[in-house]
Design a protein around this ligand. Sequence first.
Ligand code: C2E
Ligand code: MG
Ligand code: MG
Length: 513
Amino acid sequence: MNIYARKAVWQAWLLGAVGVAAFAVFVHFDAYELLLTFLQEHEDYELDEVLLALDIFGLLSLIYGILRLWDFRQEKTRRQKAESQVDWMALHDHLTGLQNRHSLERRLRQWEEAPNSTRKFSVLMIDLDGFKRINDLVGHHAGDVVLTTIAARLREHVADDNLFRMGGDEFVAVIDTPSLALPVATALLQSLNRPVPFHDTTLDVGASIGVATAPTDGATGAECLRAADAAMYAAKSAGRGKVQVFDAAIRERAQRRDLAERNLRHAVAYGGIRPFYQPIIDLHSGKISGFEALARWQMEDGSFISPVDFIPLAEESGLMTKLTDLLLRQACRDAAGWPADTRLSFNISPIQLKDRMLGLRILAILMETGFDPRRLEIEITETALIQDLETAASVLSELRTAGISVALDDFGTGYSNLAQLSNFSFDKIKIDRSFVTSFQDQQKQEKIVRAIVGLGIGLEVPTTAEGIETEDQLSSLSSMGCTYGQGFLFGKAIPADEALRMFDATIAVPLRA
Ligand code: C2E
Ligand code: MG
Ligand code: MG
Protein backbone atom coordinates (compact mmCIF):
# COMPACT_ATOMS: atom_id res chain seq x y z
CA MET A 1 0.00 0.00 0.00
CA ASN A 2 1.52 3.35 -0.99
CA ILE A 3 1.59 6.47 1.16
CA TYR A 4 -1.55 7.99 -0.45
CA ALA A 5 -3.65 4.84 0.07
CA ARG A 6 -2.48 4.65 3.72
CA LYS A 7 -3.45 8.30 4.23
CA ALA A 8 -6.93 7.70 2.70
CA VAL A 9 -7.58 4.71 5.01
CA TRP A 10 -6.37 6.64 8.04
CA GLN A 11 -8.63 9.59 7.19
CA ALA A 12 -11.68 7.29 6.66
CA TRP A 13 -11.12 5.76 10.10
CA LEU A 14 -10.76 9.17 11.71
CA LEU A 15 -13.90 10.56 10.05
CA GLY A 16 -15.83 7.36 10.96
CA ALA A 17 -14.74 7.70 14.60
CA VAL A 18 -15.70 11.41 14.69
CA GLY A 19 -19.12 10.49 13.13
CA VAL A 20 -19.79 7.72 15.71
CA ALA A 21 -18.74 10.03 18.58
CA ALA A 22 -20.97 12.87 17.29
CA PHE A 23 -23.89 10.42 16.89
CA ALA A 24 -23.46 9.19 20.47
CA VAL A 25 -23.34 12.76 21.81
CA PHE A 26 -26.45 13.75 19.76
CA VAL A 27 -28.42 10.69 21.03
CA HIS A 28 -27.30 11.27 24.59
CA PHE A 29 -28.46 14.89 24.68
CA ASP A 30 -31.55 14.40 22.45
CA ALA A 31 -29.96 17.01 20.20
CA TYR A 32 -32.37 16.45 17.28
CA GLU A 33 -35.49 17.09 19.42
CA LEU A 34 -33.81 20.19 20.90
CA LEU A 35 -33.03 21.43 17.39
CA LEU A 36 -36.66 20.84 16.22
CA THR A 37 -38.02 22.70 19.25
CA PHE A 38 -35.61 25.56 18.58
CA LEU A 39 -36.70 25.73 14.94
CA GLN A 40 -40.41 25.77 15.85
CA GLU A 41 -39.88 28.49 18.44
CA HIS A 42 -37.90 30.65 15.99
CA GLU A 43 -39.93 30.20 12.74
CA ASP A 44 -38.95 33.72 11.71
CA TYR A 45 -35.19 32.81 11.53
CA GLU A 46 -35.96 30.59 8.43
CA LEU A 47 -33.38 28.10 9.71
CA ASP A 48 -35.26 25.13 8.24
CA GLU A 49 -34.44 26.44 4.68
CA VAL A 50 -30.76 26.76 5.66
CA LEU A 51 -30.77 23.19 6.96
CA LEU A 52 -32.48 21.92 3.80
CA ALA A 53 -29.83 23.68 1.69
CA LEU A 54 -27.11 22.05 3.82
CA ASP A 55 -28.77 18.62 3.34
CA ILE A 56 -28.82 19.04 -0.46
CA PHE A 57 -25.19 20.27 -0.44
CA GLY A 58 -24.16 17.27 1.67
CA LEU A 59 -25.89 14.81 -0.67
CA LEU A 60 -24.30 16.42 -3.76
CA SER A 61 -20.88 16.35 -2.07
CA LEU A 62 -21.36 12.64 -1.42
CA ILE A 63 -22.20 11.99 -5.11
CA TYR A 64 -19.21 14.15 -6.16
CA GLY A 65 -16.94 12.17 -3.83
CA ILE A 66 -18.16 8.86 -5.23
CA LEU A 67 -17.56 10.04 -8.82
CA ARG A 68 -14.01 11.21 -7.99
CA LEU A 69 -13.35 7.90 -6.25
CA TRP A 70 -14.42 6.11 -9.44
CA ASP A 71 -12.05 8.31 -11.51
CA PHE A 72 -9.28 7.61 -9.04
CA ARG A 73 -9.77 3.87 -9.41
CA GLN A 74 -9.74 4.11 -13.22
CA GLU A 75 -6.59 6.26 -13.19
CA LYS A 76 -4.94 3.74 -10.88
CA THR A 77 -5.75 0.86 -13.23
CA ARG A 78 -4.45 2.89 -16.21
CA ARG A 79 -1.23 3.67 -14.35
CA GLN A 80 -0.72 0.07 -13.28
CA LYS A 81 -1.18 -1.01 -16.91
CA ALA A 82 1.33 1.60 -18.16
CA GLU A 83 3.80 0.61 -15.44
CA SER A 84 3.58 -3.05 -16.29
CA GLN A 85 4.04 -2.15 -19.98
CA VAL A 86 7.21 -0.19 -19.15
CA ASP A 87 8.39 -3.12 -17.02
CA TRP A 88 7.75 -5.46 -19.95
CA MET A 89 9.67 -3.22 -22.32
CA ALA A 90 12.60 -2.96 -19.92
CA LEU A 91 12.85 -6.73 -19.68
CA HIS A 92 11.98 -7.85 -23.23
CA ASP A 93 13.25 -7.45 -26.74
CA HIS A 94 10.43 -5.79 -28.66
CA LEU A 95 11.25 -7.35 -32.06
CA THR A 96 11.05 -11.01 -31.01
CA GLY A 97 9.12 -10.62 -27.74
CA LEU A 98 11.78 -12.72 -25.99
CA GLN A 99 13.26 -11.65 -22.66
CA ASN A 100 16.39 -9.51 -22.93
CA ARG A 101 19.86 -9.40 -21.38
CA HIS A 102 18.58 -7.63 -18.22
CA SER A 103 16.04 -10.40 -17.66
CA LEU A 104 18.77 -13.00 -17.98
CA GLU A 105 21.01 -11.13 -15.53
CA ARG A 106 18.10 -11.00 -13.06
CA ARG A 107 17.44 -14.68 -13.55
CA LEU A 108 21.09 -15.56 -12.94
CA ARG A 109 21.17 -13.37 -9.82
CA GLN A 110 18.09 -15.20 -8.48
CA TRP A 111 19.91 -18.45 -9.14
CA GLU A 112 22.99 -17.28 -7.25
CA GLU A 113 20.86 -16.29 -4.25
CA ALA A 114 18.88 -19.56 -4.21
CA PRO A 115 19.79 -22.36 -1.74
CA ASN A 116 22.33 -24.94 -2.95
CA SER A 117 19.78 -27.61 -3.87
CA THR A 118 18.54 -25.64 -6.90
CA ARG A 119 21.98 -24.64 -8.14
CA LYS A 120 22.08 -26.77 -11.30
CA PHE A 121 21.18 -25.79 -14.85
CA SER A 122 22.69 -25.45 -18.32
CA VAL A 123 23.07 -22.41 -20.52
CA LEU A 124 22.99 -22.63 -24.32
CA MET A 125 24.64 -19.69 -26.05
CA ILE A 126 23.25 -19.56 -29.59
CA ASP A 127 24.83 -17.37 -32.25
CA LEU A 128 23.56 -17.23 -35.81
CA ASP A 129 25.97 -17.96 -38.65
CA GLY A 130 25.69 -15.75 -41.72
CA PHE A 131 23.20 -13.30 -40.22
CA LYS A 132 25.39 -10.25 -40.83
CA ARG A 133 25.67 -11.14 -44.51
CA ILE A 134 21.86 -11.21 -44.82
CA ASN A 135 21.51 -7.88 -43.04
CA ASP A 136 24.17 -6.26 -45.24
CA LEU A 137 23.23 -7.79 -48.56
CA VAL A 138 19.44 -8.26 -48.39
CA GLY A 139 18.59 -5.49 -45.94
CA HIS A 140 17.42 -4.91 -42.38
CA HIS A 141 13.86 -6.00 -43.09
CA ALA A 142 15.16 -9.44 -44.11
CA GLY A 143 17.30 -9.44 -40.94
CA ASP A 144 14.18 -8.77 -38.83
CA VAL A 145 12.28 -11.59 -40.54
CA VAL A 146 15.17 -13.98 -39.81
CA LEU A 147 15.27 -12.97 -36.13
CA THR A 148 11.52 -13.37 -35.58
CA THR A 149 11.52 -16.73 -37.38
CA ILE A 150 14.47 -17.93 -35.30
CA ALA A 151 12.69 -16.80 -32.10
CA ALA A 152 9.59 -18.79 -33.13
CA ARG A 153 11.73 -21.89 -33.76
CA LEU A 154 13.42 -21.53 -30.39
CA ARG A 155 9.98 -21.41 -28.74
CA GLU A 156 9.15 -24.79 -30.32
CA HIS A 157 11.85 -26.41 -28.16
CA VAL A 158 12.27 -24.23 -25.07
CA ALA A 159 9.67 -22.54 -22.85
CA ASP A 160 9.36 -18.75 -23.30
CA ASP A 161 10.39 -18.22 -19.68
CA ASN A 162 13.80 -19.73 -20.43
CA LEU A 163 14.57 -17.88 -23.67
CA PHE A 164 16.51 -14.63 -23.99
CA ARG A 165 17.79 -12.46 -26.83
CA MET A 166 21.15 -10.99 -25.87
CA GLY A 167 21.15 -8.47 -28.72
CA GLY A 168 22.17 -8.74 -32.37
CA ASP A 169 22.00 -12.35 -33.50
CA GLU A 170 22.79 -13.88 -30.10
CA PHE A 171 20.27 -15.86 -28.06
CA VAL A 172 20.42 -17.76 -24.77
CA ALA A 173 18.34 -20.72 -23.65
CA VAL A 174 18.40 -21.84 -20.02
CA ILE A 175 17.79 -25.57 -19.56
CA ASP A 176 16.70 -26.50 -16.04
CA THR A 177 17.67 -30.18 -16.40
CA PRO A 178 21.37 -30.36 -17.46
CA SER A 179 21.02 -33.90 -18.87
CA LEU A 180 18.62 -32.49 -21.48
CA ALA A 181 20.98 -29.69 -22.57
CA LEU A 182 22.76 -31.58 -25.34
CA PRO A 183 19.63 -33.19 -26.89
CA VAL A 184 17.86 -29.80 -26.85
CA ALA A 185 20.92 -28.06 -28.38
CA THR A 186 21.09 -30.69 -31.15
CA ALA A 187 17.37 -30.34 -31.90
CA LEU A 188 17.70 -26.53 -31.93
CA LEU A 189 20.63 -26.71 -34.32
CA GLN A 190 18.62 -28.80 -36.78
CA SER A 191 15.67 -26.47 -36.56
CA LEU A 192 17.74 -23.29 -36.93
CA ASN A 193 19.58 -24.70 -39.94
CA ARG A 194 16.36 -24.78 -42.01
CA PRO A 195 16.26 -21.91 -44.57
CA VAL A 196 14.03 -18.98 -43.62
CA PRO A 197 11.27 -18.14 -46.14
CA PHE A 198 11.42 -14.50 -47.26
CA HIS A 199 8.99 -13.17 -49.91
CA ASP A 200 9.31 -15.67 -52.77
CA THR A 201 12.79 -16.83 -51.88
CA THR A 202 14.61 -18.29 -48.86
CA LEU A 203 17.47 -17.05 -46.69
CA ASP A 204 20.18 -19.43 -45.51
CA VAL A 205 21.21 -19.10 -41.88
CA GLY A 206 22.65 -21.53 -39.40
CA ALA A 207 23.79 -21.41 -35.80
CA SER A 208 26.69 -22.28 -33.56
CA ILE A 209 25.79 -23.33 -30.02
CA GLY A 210 27.95 -23.39 -26.90
CA VAL A 211 26.81 -25.37 -23.85
CA ALA A 212 27.94 -24.80 -20.26
CA THR A 213 26.53 -26.18 -17.01
CA ALA A 214 26.36 -24.47 -13.63
CA PRO A 215 27.95 -24.79 -11.18
CA THR A 216 30.57 -27.12 -12.75
CA ASP A 217 31.62 -24.77 -15.56
CA GLY A 218 31.06 -21.52 -13.68
CA ALA A 219 30.43 -20.81 -10.01
CA THR A 220 28.50 -17.61 -10.72
CA GLY A 221 25.87 -16.89 -13.37
CA ALA A 222 28.21 -14.54 -15.22
CA GLU A 223 31.00 -17.16 -15.24
CA CYS A 224 28.66 -19.82 -16.58
CA LEU A 225 27.53 -17.45 -19.32
CA ARG A 226 31.15 -16.69 -20.22
CA ALA A 227 31.86 -20.43 -20.36
CA ALA A 228 28.93 -20.96 -22.75
CA ASP A 229 30.22 -18.02 -24.82
CA ALA A 230 33.73 -19.51 -24.99
CA ALA A 231 32.22 -22.86 -26.07
CA MET A 232 30.17 -21.08 -28.73
CA TYR A 233 33.32 -19.37 -30.11
CA ALA A 234 35.05 -22.76 -30.16
CA ALA A 235 32.10 -24.11 -32.19
CA LYS A 236 32.48 -21.18 -34.61
CA SER A 237 36.18 -21.65 -35.09
CA ALA A 238 35.68 -25.40 -35.56
CA GLY A 239 33.74 -24.59 -38.73
CA ARG A 240 30.36 -23.19 -37.56
CA GLY A 241 27.01 -25.00 -37.54
CA LYS A 242 28.07 -27.07 -34.51
CA VAL A 243 27.21 -27.70 -30.88
CA GLN A 244 30.20 -27.47 -28.55
CA VAL A 245 30.14 -28.42 -24.88
CA PHE A 246 32.50 -26.44 -22.61
CA ASP A 247 35.55 -28.52 -21.66
CA ALA A 248 38.99 -28.22 -20.09
CA ALA A 249 40.71 -27.23 -23.35
CA ILE A 250 38.24 -24.39 -23.89
CA ARG A 251 38.68 -23.32 -20.27
CA GLU A 252 42.43 -23.14 -20.74
CA ARG A 253 42.10 -21.15 -23.98
CA ALA A 254 39.62 -18.76 -22.34
CA GLN A 255 41.97 -18.24 -19.38
CA ARG A 256 44.88 -17.53 -21.75
CA ARG A 257 42.74 -15.03 -23.62
CA ASP A 258 41.63 -13.36 -20.36
CA LEU A 259 45.26 -13.03 -19.32
CA ALA A 260 46.25 -11.60 -22.71
CA GLU A 261 43.38 -9.12 -22.49
CA ARG A 262 44.42 -8.04 -19.00
CA ASN A 263 48.03 -7.56 -20.17
CA LEU A 264 46.85 -5.61 -23.19
CA ARG A 265 44.69 -3.35 -20.99
CA HIS A 266 47.72 -2.72 -18.83
CA ALA A 267 49.93 -2.01 -21.85
CA VAL A 268 47.39 0.46 -23.27
CA ALA A 269 47.02 2.19 -19.91
CA TYR A 270 50.79 2.48 -19.25
CA GLY A 271 52.14 3.22 -22.73
CA GLY A 272 53.52 -0.26 -23.47
CA ILE A 273 52.37 0.06 -27.09
CA ARG A 274 53.89 2.75 -29.29
CA PRO A 275 54.24 3.54 -32.95
CA PHE A 276 57.32 2.53 -34.94
CA TYR A 277 57.87 3.96 -38.41
CA GLN A 278 58.54 2.25 -41.72
CA PRO A 279 59.79 4.48 -44.57
CA ILE A 280 57.83 4.95 -47.80
CA ILE A 281 60.05 5.87 -50.74
CA ASP A 282 59.16 8.01 -53.74
CA LEU A 283 60.37 5.82 -56.63
CA HIS A 284 60.88 8.85 -58.91
CA SER A 285 63.23 10.77 -56.69
CA GLY A 286 64.48 8.05 -54.36
CA LYS A 287 63.60 10.25 -51.39
CA ILE A 288 61.61 9.37 -48.31
CA SER A 289 58.07 10.60 -48.91
CA GLY A 290 56.98 9.72 -45.39
CA PHE A 291 56.61 6.93 -42.83
CA GLU A 292 53.86 4.48 -42.01
CA ALA A 293 53.18 4.21 -38.28
CA LEU A 294 53.06 0.55 -37.22
CA ALA A 295 52.06 -0.33 -33.68
CA ARG A 296 54.59 -2.25 -31.56
CA TRP A 297 53.94 -3.86 -28.19
CA GLN A 298 57.21 -4.28 -26.33
CA MET A 299 57.42 -7.04 -23.72
CA GLU A 300 59.48 -6.84 -20.53
CA ASP A 301 62.22 -9.02 -22.09
CA GLY A 302 62.55 -6.52 -24.97
CA SER A 303 60.77 -8.70 -27.57
CA PHE A 304 57.84 -7.37 -29.60
CA ILE A 305 54.35 -8.73 -30.18
CA SER A 306 53.06 -8.22 -33.71
CA PRO A 307 50.03 -6.00 -34.31
CA VAL A 308 48.58 -8.91 -36.30
CA ASP A 309 48.19 -10.65 -32.90
CA PHE A 310 47.13 -7.83 -30.60
CA ILE A 311 45.00 -5.59 -32.88
CA PRO A 312 42.22 -8.24 -33.15
CA LEU A 313 42.34 -8.69 -29.34
CA ALA A 314 42.09 -4.92 -28.86
CA GLU A 315 39.10 -4.89 -31.20
CA GLU A 316 37.33 -7.72 -29.37
CA SER A 317 37.93 -6.22 -25.95
CA GLY A 318 36.73 -2.73 -26.86
CA LEU A 319 40.21 -1.19 -26.49
CA MET A 320 40.68 -0.12 -30.08
CA THR A 321 39.41 3.45 -29.72
CA LYS A 322 41.68 4.19 -26.79
CA LEU A 323 44.67 2.50 -28.44
CA THR A 324 44.18 4.35 -31.73
CA ASP A 325 43.85 7.73 -30.02
CA LEU A 326 47.02 7.05 -28.08
CA LEU A 327 49.03 5.90 -31.13
CA LEU A 328 47.77 8.68 -33.38
CA ARG A 329 48.54 11.38 -30.77
CA GLN A 330 52.09 10.02 -30.37
CA ALA A 331 52.59 9.61 -34.13
CA CYS A 332 51.46 13.20 -34.82
CA ARG A 333 53.89 14.50 -32.19
CA ASP A 334 56.76 12.45 -33.69
CA ALA A 335 55.90 13.40 -37.28
CA ALA A 336 55.73 17.11 -36.44
CA GLY A 337 59.57 17.08 -36.44
CA TRP A 338 59.86 15.59 -39.96
CA PRO A 339 60.47 17.75 -43.07
CA ALA A 340 57.33 19.67 -44.09
CA ASP A 341 56.90 17.84 -47.43
CA THR A 342 56.71 14.38 -45.82
CA ARG A 343 53.65 12.51 -44.65
CA LEU A 344 52.50 10.30 -41.84
CA SER A 345 50.50 7.21 -42.84
CA PHE A 346 48.29 5.74 -40.14
CA ASN A 347 46.26 2.49 -40.16
CA ILE A 348 42.60 2.46 -39.18
CA SER A 349 40.91 -0.91 -38.50
CA PRO A 350 37.67 -1.84 -40.27
CA ILE A 351 35.83 -1.95 -36.95
CA GLN A 352 36.66 1.71 -36.29
CA LEU A 353 35.11 2.89 -39.53
CA LYS A 354 31.73 1.88 -38.10
CA ASP A 355 32.14 4.60 -35.50
CA ARG A 356 30.51 7.87 -36.56
CA MET A 357 32.65 9.81 -34.08
CA LEU A 358 35.95 8.62 -35.62
CA GLY A 359 36.34 11.69 -37.87
CA LEU A 360 35.75 14.08 -34.99
CA ARG A 361 38.24 12.26 -32.77
CA ILE A 362 40.97 12.32 -35.44
CA LEU A 363 40.40 16.03 -36.03
CA ALA A 364 40.52 16.74 -32.29
CA ILE A 365 43.93 14.99 -32.06
CA LEU A 366 45.22 17.00 -35.04
CA MET A 367 44.08 20.23 -33.36
CA GLU A 368 45.64 19.19 -30.06
CA THR A 369 49.03 18.29 -31.59
CA GLY A 370 48.98 21.04 -34.24
CA PHE A 371 49.74 18.50 -36.98
CA ASP A 372 48.71 19.64 -40.48
CA PRO A 373 45.77 17.46 -41.73
CA ARG A 374 47.23 17.62 -45.27
CA ARG A 375 50.26 15.69 -44.01
CA LEU A 376 48.17 12.84 -42.60
CA GLU A 377 47.17 9.82 -44.65
CA ILE A 378 44.71 7.31 -43.24
CA GLU A 379 45.09 3.71 -44.48
CA ILE A 380 41.96 1.60 -44.64
CA THR A 381 41.33 -1.86 -46.05
CA GLU A 382 38.60 -3.00 -48.42
CA THR A 383 36.95 -4.97 -45.61
CA ALA A 384 36.19 -1.68 -43.86
CA LEU A 385 34.07 -0.56 -46.81
CA ILE A 386 32.07 -3.77 -46.94
CA GLN A 387 31.16 -3.90 -43.26
CA ASP A 388 29.21 -0.65 -42.97
CA LEU A 389 29.28 1.19 -46.27
CA GLU A 390 27.13 4.14 -45.19
CA THR A 391 29.04 5.05 -42.03
CA ALA A 392 32.42 4.43 -43.69
CA ALA A 393 31.43 6.76 -46.54
CA SER A 394 30.38 9.55 -44.19
CA VAL A 395 33.49 9.24 -41.99
CA LEU A 396 35.79 9.19 -45.03
CA SER A 397 34.14 12.22 -46.59
CA GLU A 398 34.51 14.11 -43.28
CA LEU A 399 38.24 13.28 -43.23
CA ARG A 400 38.78 14.25 -46.85
CA THR A 401 36.93 17.55 -46.36
CA ALA A 402 39.38 18.34 -43.58
CA GLY A 403 42.28 17.75 -46.00
CA ILE A 404 43.32 14.28 -44.76
CA SER A 405 44.09 11.82 -47.56
CA VAL A 406 42.83 8.25 -47.65
CA ALA A 407 44.83 5.27 -48.95
CA LEU A 408 43.39 1.88 -49.80
CA ASP A 409 45.65 -0.63 -47.99
CA ASP A 410 46.32 -4.28 -48.93
CA PHE A 411 44.54 -3.81 -52.26
CA GLY A 412 43.56 -7.07 -53.91
CA THR A 413 43.07 -9.11 -50.73
CA GLY A 414 39.55 -7.98 -49.76
CA TYR A 415 36.18 -8.70 -51.26
CA SER A 416 35.20 -5.34 -52.69
CA ASN A 417 34.43 -5.03 -56.37
CA LEU A 418 35.46 -2.21 -58.65
CA ALA A 419 31.97 -0.68 -58.66
CA GLN A 420 32.12 -0.37 -54.89
CA LEU A 421 35.59 1.13 -55.04
CA SER A 422 34.55 3.69 -57.63
CA ASN A 423 32.03 5.08 -55.11
CA PHE A 424 34.94 6.32 -53.02
CA SER A 425 37.73 8.63 -53.97
CA PHE A 426 41.08 7.31 -52.80
CA ASP A 427 44.26 9.29 -52.77
CA LYS A 428 46.48 6.22 -52.97
CA ILE A 429 46.28 2.49 -53.67
CA LYS A 430 48.68 0.18 -51.80
CA ILE A 431 49.37 -3.09 -53.62
CA ASP A 432 49.36 -5.93 -51.11
CA ARG A 433 52.64 -7.56 -50.16
CA SER A 434 51.44 -11.02 -51.26
CA PHE A 435 51.44 -9.92 -54.93
CA VAL A 436 54.81 -8.16 -54.65
CA THR A 437 56.45 -11.21 -53.05
CA SER A 438 55.53 -13.56 -55.86
CA PHE A 439 54.95 -11.50 -59.00
CA GLN A 440 58.36 -12.20 -60.49
CA ASP A 441 57.90 -15.99 -60.29
CA GLN A 442 54.24 -16.19 -61.21
CA GLN A 443 52.97 -14.80 -64.47
CA LYS A 444 49.44 -14.39 -63.17
CA GLN A 445 50.58 -12.34 -60.18
CA GLU A 446 52.68 -10.16 -62.46
CA LYS A 447 49.63 -9.42 -64.58
CA ILE A 448 47.66 -8.46 -61.46
CA VAL A 449 50.40 -6.09 -60.25
CA ARG A 450 50.68 -4.54 -63.72
CA ALA A 451 46.88 -4.16 -63.86
CA ILE A 452 46.73 -2.46 -60.45
CA VAL A 453 49.52 -0.06 -61.37
CA GLY A 454 47.68 0.59 -64.67
CA LEU A 455 44.44 1.18 -62.78
CA GLY A 456 46.23 3.75 -60.62
CA ILE A 457 47.69 5.50 -63.67
CA GLY A 458 44.25 5.49 -65.36
CA LEU A 459 42.52 6.92 -62.30
CA GLU A 460 45.44 9.28 -61.67
CA VAL A 461 45.83 7.76 -58.22
CA PRO A 462 49.41 7.04 -57.06
CA THR A 463 50.26 3.43 -56.15
CA THR A 464 52.52 2.08 -53.41
CA ALA A 465 54.02 -1.40 -53.64
CA GLU A 466 54.25 -2.99 -50.17
CA GLY A 467 56.80 -5.58 -49.13
CA ILE A 468 59.68 -4.79 -51.54
CA GLU A 469 62.58 -6.93 -50.39
CA THR A 470 64.90 -7.21 -53.39
CA GLU A 471 66.53 -4.90 -55.92
CA ASP A 472 64.92 -6.93 -58.71
CA GLN A 473 61.44 -6.40 -57.35
CA LEU A 474 62.18 -2.71 -57.00
CA SER A 475 63.41 -2.21 -60.54
CA SER A 476 60.47 -4.16 -62.07
CA LEU A 477 57.90 -2.21 -60.03
CA SER A 478 59.65 1.01 -60.81
CA SER A 479 59.61 0.34 -64.53
CA MET A 480 55.92 -0.60 -64.41
CA GLY A 481 55.21 2.94 -63.21
CA CYS A 482 54.56 2.31 -59.54
CA THR A 483 54.80 5.63 -57.64
CA TYR A 484 55.96 4.64 -54.15
CA GLY A 485 57.69 1.67 -52.57
CA GLN A 486 57.78 0.25 -49.05
CA GLY A 487 59.55 -2.82 -47.73
CA PHE A 488 62.51 -4.31 -45.91
CA LEU A 489 64.77 -3.27 -48.81
CA PHE A 490 64.39 0.34 -47.64
CA GLY A 491 63.99 -0.45 -44.00
CA LYS A 492 61.86 -2.12 -41.36
CA ALA A 493 59.70 -0.21 -38.88
CA ILE A 494 62.01 1.66 -36.47
CA PRO A 495 61.59 3.87 -33.38
CA ALA A 496 60.85 7.61 -33.79
CA ASP A 497 64.41 8.87 -33.16
CA GLU A 498 65.91 6.47 -35.71
CA ALA A 499 63.24 7.47 -38.24
CA LEU A 500 64.17 11.12 -37.79
CA ARG A 501 67.84 10.34 -38.47
CA MET A 502 66.89 8.47 -41.65
CA PHE A 503 65.94 11.72 -43.39
CA ASP A 504 69.62 12.62 -43.48
CA ALA A 505 70.64 9.33 -45.07
CA THR A 506 70.36 8.90 -48.82
CA ILE A 507 68.54 5.84 -50.09
CA ALA A 508 69.79 4.36 -53.31
CA VAL A 509 66.78 3.81 -55.54
CA PRO A 510 67.31 3.07 -59.23
CA LEU A 511 65.51 5.96 -60.94
CA ARG A 512 62.97 5.09 -63.60
CA ALA A 513 64.27 5.02 -67.15
P1 C2E B 1 49.90 -3.06 -43.12
O1 C2E B 1 49.28 -1.76 -42.86
O2 C2E B 1 49.70 -3.64 -44.47
O3 C2E B 1 51.42 -2.89 -42.78
C1 C2E B 1 52.44 -3.50 -43.47
C2 C2E B 1 52.94 -4.71 -42.77
O4 C2E B 1 53.87 -5.38 -43.60
C3 C2E B 1 53.73 -4.39 -41.49
O5 C2E B 1 53.53 -5.47 -40.59
C4 C2E B 1 55.15 -4.35 -41.97
O6 C2E B 1 56.09 -4.57 -40.95
C5 C2E B 1 55.12 -5.49 -42.94
N1 C2E B 1 56.15 -5.31 -43.97
C6 C2E B 1 56.55 -4.16 -44.55
N2 C2E B 1 57.50 -4.41 -45.44
C7 C2E B 1 57.74 -5.74 -45.46
C8 C2E B 1 58.62 -6.59 -46.20
O7 C2E B 1 59.39 -6.18 -47.03
N3 C2E B 1 58.55 -7.92 -45.94
C9 C2E B 1 57.72 -8.43 -45.02
N4 C2E B 1 57.72 -9.75 -44.82
N5 C2E B 1 56.86 -7.64 -44.30
C10 C2E B 1 56.89 -6.32 -44.52
P2 C2E B 1 53.13 -5.25 -39.13
O8 C2E B 1 53.80 -4.09 -38.55
O9 C2E B 1 53.23 -6.59 -38.44
O10 C2E B 1 51.58 -4.86 -39.26
C11 C2E B 1 50.67 -5.75 -39.73
C12 C2E B 1 49.33 -5.10 -39.90
O11 C2E B 1 48.81 -4.69 -38.63
C13 C2E B 1 49.39 -3.84 -40.72
O12 C2E B 1 49.39 -4.17 -42.07
C14 C2E B 1 48.15 -3.14 -40.28
O13 C2E B 1 47.04 -3.62 -40.99
C15 C2E B 1 48.02 -3.57 -38.84
N6 C2E B 1 48.49 -2.46 -38.00
C16 C2E B 1 49.75 -2.10 -37.66
N7 C2E B 1 49.73 -1.03 -36.86
C17 C2E B 1 48.44 -0.69 -36.70
C18 C2E B 1 47.77 0.36 -35.99
O14 C2E B 1 48.36 1.22 -35.35
N8 C2E B 1 46.41 0.38 -36.07
C19 C2E B 1 45.72 -0.51 -36.79
N9 C2E B 1 44.38 -0.43 -36.82
N10 C2E B 1 46.30 -1.50 -37.47
C20 C2E B 1 47.65 -1.59 -37.42
MG1 MG C 1 49.05 -0.09 -43.72
MG1 MG D 1 49.29 -3.15 -46.13
